[in-house]
Design a protein around this ligand. Structure first.
Ligand code: MG
Length: 162
């Protein structure tokens, strides 16, 4: 078994959709980013890559590459899942915390878990998404950004290295 940790932060910007875990959440602001700004999916990707010691999301999907512009982060997650499979890793479970002052994410948690579990082809029960606020403190508390923390467990089906 291997554990990995991921973190991401994206700033709010007006006039773009707010997408977290591949789910569009009603809000007058969205998260700016080269792809769709999906900080939850990005943190998950980094936790999975970290668990396999495969670098980080920036090295896999450089933000200066035009082909990743506007792409769904779920597509990036799908590619990481394939890369893990090629190395005989299976995703065990994920746990995440989304730190967001506004909007309230609770009504959308089930949809986010379902969407991530679909891409990773694992049970919804193995995808945990938790939401909290920053108690009005700092940039997240001032509604300028959303922050996400994620941990992932991978299991390897290949023989351990000697
Ligand atoms: Mg990101």
């Amino acid at each position: 078994m291997r554990i990995g940790f991921g973190y991401d932060v994206h700033r709010f910007a007006p006039g773009i959709p707010l997408i977290l875990g591949g789910v569009e959440i009603p809000c007058e602001m969205g998260l700016a980013g080269h792809s769709d700004g999906d900080a939850l999916t990005h943190a998950i990707i980094d936790s999975l890559l970290g668990a396999a010691s495969l670098g980080d999301i920036g090295s896999w999907f450089p933000s200066d590459e035009p082909r990743w512009k506007g792409v769904s982060s779920l597509e990036l997650l799908r590619q990481v899942k394939i890369a893990l499979e090629q190395r005989s890793y299976a995703v065990g479970n994920l746990d995440t915390v989304v730190v967001c002052e506004r909007p309230r994410l609770q009504p959308h948690i089930a949809a986010m878990r379902a969407s991530i579990s679909r891409v990773l082809k694992i049970e919804v029960a193995n995808v945990s998404v938790k939401a909290t606020t920053a108690e009005k403190l700092g940039t997240v508390g001032e509604e300028l950004a959303v922050e996400v923390h994620a941990v992932a467990l991978l299991t390897s089906s290949s023989a351990p290295e000697a």
